[in-house]
Design a protein around this ligand. Structure first.
Ligand SMILES: [Zn+2]
Length: 204
């Protein structure tokens, strides 16, 4: 009889200890649950996309479409792939850009602005001023970029008579530069830096 009572007390104590462990399992063992939390993954992903591409309106219907996928890592990877594909597919039309105040022009500016197959000698200065004009943001995705990571394009292509004047210079990030020059969408999408950047959310 005593043994039975001891057993009941021990079992009750054990259960009393296990219940809080179960209730607070996500807080006590975050390293296990972090990988498996789709809501947290989505929250982080959406926040990140809003921060890096503020003007793109991503469609997250892929979340519902993948709801039967049991492996959370596969599901998250499918979501990331879909977002990268949307990023690739957003329509972009190159437009004439703003100029800069003419008092910032220098001797020879007009002359060197003419269309030519060779970049003008003052090209670094032009690129830097166009970068400042656009507040260091990519013209396609509006992502903030460093001057050293900046690519350029022209509203009117140089081959078609476009010049090196400020209105014709477009500032782009590395991925958008790949996208607008893409001849093979599948390969380009695969090679975008955004892939690796977003896969960090799946791995973490
Ligand atoms: Zn961009």
């Amino acid at each position: 009889m005593n043994l039975d009572l001891d057993f009941i007390i021990s079992a009750s104590l054990l259960i009393a200890c296990i219940i809080p462990l179960y209730i607070y399992r996500r807080k006590i063992f975050p390293f296990i649950y972090k990988k498996g939390d789709i809501d947290l993954f989505l929250k982080d992903l959406k926040l990140h996309m809003m921060e890096i591409h503020p003007k793109f309106n991503y469609d997250y219907s892929i979340v519902e479409k993948t709801k039967d996928e049991k492996d959370i890592r596969i599901r998250e990877t499918l979501i990331v792939e879909n977002i990268v594909e949307q990023y690739f597919n957003f329509e972009y039309i190159k437009k004439t850009q703003k100029t800069i105040p003419s008092d910032k022009f220098w001797k020879g500016y007009e002359e060197h602005s003419k269309s030519s197959s060779k970049l003008p000698s003052d090209w670094p200065r032009r690129k830097e001023l166009a970068y400042t004009r656009d507040e260091g943001k990519c013209n396609r995705c509006y992502r903030k970029i460093k001057i050293d990571d900046t690519y350029t394009s022209f509203a009117k292509n140089i081959e078609n008579g476009g010049g090196y004047n400020f209105e014709n210079i477009i500032i782009l990030c590395s991925d958008c530069n790949k996208i607008i020059n893409s001849t093979n969408p599948t390969s380009t999408i695969h090679n975008l830096a955004l892939n690796e950047e977003l896969m960090v959310f799946v791995k973490s």
